[in-house]
Ligand binder design. Structure first.
Ligand SMILES: Nc1ncnc2c1ncn2[C@@H]1O[C@H](COP(=O)(O)OP(=O)(O)O)[C@@H](O)[C@H]1O
Ligand SMILES: [Mg+2]
Length: 308
């Protein structure tokens, strides 16, 4: 297949590994910086240029779109979808996953376990909002934070109120959650590819922190997820429509709870911890998902679906 990887930096570990795996599996592959893709949108067709030249004919695109370029990156990806490229994660699915609030609503609506969560807008409602959650400790999260930055633990009601007031003063969107103490600073990253957990790792927060993100100094080791954990992870990716996803679970007294679903999960930590060729799994899944041929009717149908 002719494959493009949408990534801002071809030197990043995940991007390099995907290129390597694509070449190993005898595909043609090119890394495209999404911010250098520009496009023409018209009712008679969709075209794309890259650094001064037209590009087309990509069978598949693997988006590695960072949070800072979500908006432009997903617009570029949508253009590729309209030009008949397959993407394991559609632009819409990425947008759903990036918004924690929306993601929580969609997952909870499907009966997927998650920490109880509240959110609200008006400062006059803060006390009642917190009473809907129960007593502290509370976990307060910026709605669009990543890598553990913007996740805070408050142990007293006055602290919860203070942090919420401060965030409102900054016009930040946030949500407040019950603190799952029994997780003891650990979470479980399940790497889902094509409806299967291909690798899993347990991450442990450093001493004195409750956040297990590797960027916050957490440590990781490969583990086997339980049947129940795998089922929840696969279901969460499916609900959001993600072919490739990093689903973070915490182990609680009432079973596995989904913390978040990452639409552009990093490969370095998981490949190192698990020893699995995750990049190879992704490439094989993408190649196996391509339609055998592209009749004009199918193309029109896919186009209608992409803009629905
Ligand atoms: N409700 C919670 N109870 C206990 N620990 C939590 C809770 N929410 C988050 N954490 C811890 O904080 C880390 C970061 O939270 P997360 O929601 O994944 O935000 P981010 O997108 O910044 O990674 C998690 O990996 C987990 O270790
Ligand atoms: Mg996380």
């Amino acid at each position: 297949m002719k494959l493009a990887i949408l990534s801002r930096n071809s030197k990043l570990y995940s991007t390099r590994r995907l290129v390597e795996a694509a070449r190993e599996q005898h595909h043609s592959v090119r890394v495209l910086d999404p911010l250098r893709c520009y496009m023409r949108i018209a009712s008679d067709g969709f075209t794309m240029h890259y650094k001064g030249r037209p590009i087309s004919g990509y069978d598949a695109v693997i988006p590695r779109v960072g949070a800072s370029v979500t908006r432009y990156g997903t617009a570029v990806l949508r253009q590729f979808e309209l030009m008949d490229s397959f993407s394991p994660n559609s632009s819409d699915a990425i947008l759903k996953a990036r918004d924690k609030l929306r993601c929580h609503q969609l997952l909870a609506a499907q009966g997927i376990g998650m920490p109880a969560t509240v959110f609200g807008d008006n400062p006059d409602d803060t006390v009642d909002l917190l009473s809907m959650l129960g007593p502290p400790p509370h976990v307060i999260k910026l709605n669009e934070g990543t890598q553990g930055a913007g996740v805070m633990l408050t142990e007293k009601p006055s602290a919860s109120r203070g942090v919420i007031e401060a965030l409102r003063g900054l016009y930040a969107n946030f949500l407040v959650q019950e603190f799952v103490a029994e997780a003891e600073g650990a979470d479980l990253r399940c790497f889902v590819v094509g409806g299967r957990v291909v690798a899993a790792m347990k991450r442990q927060a450093p001493k004195g922190d409750f956040r297990s993100n590797l960027h916050r100094g957490g440590t990781a080791r490969g583990v086997k997820a339980s049947v129940a954990e795998k089922a929840v992870a696969v279901r969460a990716a499916q609900v959001l429509g993600l072919g490739v996803a990093g689903v973070d679970l915490i182990r609680s007294k009432r079973g596995p709870l989904v913390l978040e679903v990452n639409a552009s999960p990093g490969l370095e930590g998981i490949e190192e911890a698990s020893g699995v060729d995750v990049a190879g799994e992704i490439i094989a899944y993408v190649a196996g998902s391509l339609p055998p041929l592209k009749p004009a009717v199918g193309r029109a149908r896919r186009r209608a679906k992409a803009i629905a």
